[in-house]
Design a protein around this ligand. Structure first.
Ligand SMILES: NC(=O)C1=CN([C@@H]2O[C@H](COP(=O)(O)OP(=O)(O)OC[C@H]3O[C@@H](n4cnc5c(N)ncnc54)[C@H](O)[C@@H]3O)[C@@H](O)[C@H]2O)[C@@H](O)CC1
Ligand SMILES: Nc1ncnc2c1ncn2[C@@H]1O[C@H](COP(=O)(O)OP(=O)(O)O)[C@@H](O)[C@H]1O
Ligand SMILES: [K+]
Length: 514
């Protein structure tokens, strides 16, 4: 599990060490971690350190201090080093060390941003150490000009010091311009803003470097399940199970207009481990669903027993919408878990049970919040994903899974998970229907066994109030892994994601036995 913290949490954890006069030691550890990361990055490309060049863009705070000390270490190891001071002044001790190690210094001013960008862009590595966790807002003036010019010149390797300058370490909001990093070296712990969009999109790979304050960290603001975590909680049928104890999922999806959504979600649920799938919908749609997944059962009348529901993919027309309304009311009364997607999101009651999982994309999340009279657009949600997913969980009382390149899952208890195993090729029609099917299958399975104190989530130390959000994170992770496996770098269809799901389960099961 990767835990991420807000910059504010990290600064609070550092405070006792700073009070004890350990600030300089922390900074040295950070600088060594950053310098080592730069060395490894060059070596991974088969480059020699000696004679390679690095420029550090240094702001006036401690972030700039880290960058300058790291550059001093690299200068002593034979690299040609340059510093651009973006705020006129810099951390005095670090600047002294940099000068003593033989680095060249330029001071950014009103007139030289473009000239300096051209000078720097050819260097082997650029370290972005302008702003860290002490930033308020983003870059302006000549520093912003420098970043815009540099981004256009496409520097070879950008390594961000702690956080890309302009990314809010607490929220992942981005104040443009930001220099997109290949690697972000995060001191003490990963910042929450590096695991939520749009911040994650600027950070590249994130490498946490311990600096000695990690034992003082509070509960994380965000968590990301690793492959090992997902493998550990994956439902694993015992020897004497049968289809009903495996978990039966009821699906209300599809319509005459959107038959594919029903077919995809039913098939995805079937391959993702549901013991049985009951389909509720018009006969014409059911025929196509069964053609693709003959294992599913069509329920033309009162449905048989289920452990969980999936409602919404491709939902359209009076009859289907009424069916979904009836099922939601019945599921609420019976205390059953429900995965609510697309068209069914409009049918939700004002407050939902905490074991319902809502799966909006950014546009649907904006609409969902609009019902609670929070007026936001899709673009607003996309620029503040962490804030709005939390708000939606708070307002609805349900788990809210916000889809995107990084999928965020907020529990009404306040816990947030972030998964990012997918790839851009997954932004294809029907991809969300497949996610719905996977989540539905997991909900049915975990409803039957899994959420108790002797279940897999408890064994991983996940608190009761966070378990449904963790289950949704497992679904997002499997969906992302299946999409990436199906894509292998190329385009894919939603059906390809479905076909890749059993392979992902097998690989995870193998992981578990290792
Ligand atoms: N507290 C510590 O001793 C440690 C801090 N560390 C580093 O220190 C960083 C935090 O340092 P600071 O608190 O000095 O803050 P920063 O270095 O992030 O920046 C703060 C400085 O930039 C100015 N500033 C803020 N927003 C600005 C904006 N939008 N445009 C231009 N200037 C702006 C502030 O006035 C202040 O002078 C961390 O990200 C990390 O890199 C590490 O060295 C570990 C130890
Ligand atoms: N750029 C991206 N990178 C990775 N995954 C993505 C990206 N864009 C979308 N996805 C994933 O694809 C799915 C799209 O779902 P959705 O928007 O509901 O599409 P549809 O309604 O067509 O099925 C979600 O699971 C989302 O997380
Ligand atoms: K930085």
């Amino acid at each position: 599990m990767i835990s991420a913290f807000t910059g504010t949490q990290i600064r609070a954890a550092e405070q006792p060490l700073l009070d004890a006069g350990e600030g300089a030691v922390l900074m040295q550890r950070a600088a060594h971690g950053l310098a080592n990361a730069v060395v490894n990055e060059l070596r991974s490309e088969g480059r020699r350190l000696y004679g390679s060049s690095v420029t550090v863009l240094a702001g006036k705070g401690n972030n700039g201090g880290d960058g300058l000390f790291a550059a001093a270490i690299l200068a002593r190891r034979g690299m040609r080093t340059t510093a651009v001071l973006t705020a006129g002044s810099a951390h005095p001790g670090a600047l002294g060390a940099f000068g003593a190690a033989g680095g060249r210094i330029h001071v950014l001013d009103e007139n030289n941003a473009e000239e300096l960008a051209v000078l720097i862009a050819g260097d082997d590595v650029v370290i972005d150490a302008i702003l860290g966790t002490g930033a308020r807002g983003g870059l302006g003036g000549p520093a912003a000009e420098l970043i815009v010019a540099l981004q256009e010149l496409k520097p070879k390797v950008v390594v961000a010091c702690d956080v890309p300058s302009g990314v809010d370490a607490d929220t992942g909001e981005v104040h443009w311009p930001v220099l997109t990093a290949r690697l972000t070296v995060a001191f003490g712990a990963v910042k929450a803003g590096l695991m939520a969009d749009p911040g994650e999109g600027c950070a590249g790979r994130v490498l946490p470097v311990p600096i000695g304050m990690e034992d003082s960290l509070p509960l994380p603001a965000l968590r990301r399940l690793s492959v090992r975590d997902v493998a550990a909680v994956l439902p694993n049928p015992g020897r004497r199970v049968h289809k009903y104890t495996r978990g039966v999922l009821g699906i209300v999806a599809g319509s005459e207009r959107y038959t594919g959504a029903a077919a995809l979600s039913v098939e995805a649920a079937s391959v993702a481990g549901a013991g049985m799938v009951r389909y509720l919908g018009p006969e014409t749609v059911a025929r196509q669903v069964l053609e693709r997944t003959p294992e599913a059962i069509w329920e033309p009348g009162e449905p048989g027993r289920v452990q969980a529901w999936l409602l919404g993919p491709g939902l359209n027309g009076t009859e289907q919408l009424q069916r979904a309304r009836d099922v939601l009311a019945a599921a609420s009364a019976a205390g059953q878990p429900a995965v609510v997607d697309a068209g069914a999101l409009e049918l939700l009651p004002e407050r939902c049970p905490p074991h319902w999982i809502l799966t909006p994309h950014a546009g649907e999340l904006a609409a969902l919040l609009g019902r609670g009279e929070v007026c936001v657009t899709r673009e607003d949600v996309e620029s503040r994903t962490l804030h709005f997913v939390r708000l939606a969980a708070e307002h609805t009382g349900a788990v809210v899974l916000l889809k995107g390149a990084t999928t965020l899952i907020a529990s009404p208890s306040g816990a947030v998970f972030s998964q990012s195993e997918g790839c851009p090729w997954m932004s294809t029609a029907g991809s969300g229907d497949v996610l719905g099917g996977i989540l539905g299958a997991l909900a049915a399975t975990y409803a039957e066994s899994g959420m108790d104190d002797d279940g897999p989530f408890a064994a991983q130390g996940i608190e009761p109030a966070e378990r449904w959000a963790a289950a949704a994170a497992v679904g997002a992770s499997i969906h992302g892994m299946a999409g990436s496996a199906a894509s292998a770098g190329g385009p894919l269809t939603a059906s390809d994601i479905v076909r890749a799901v059993p392979g992902v389960y097998r690989a995870l099961m193998e992981h578990r036995t290792r």
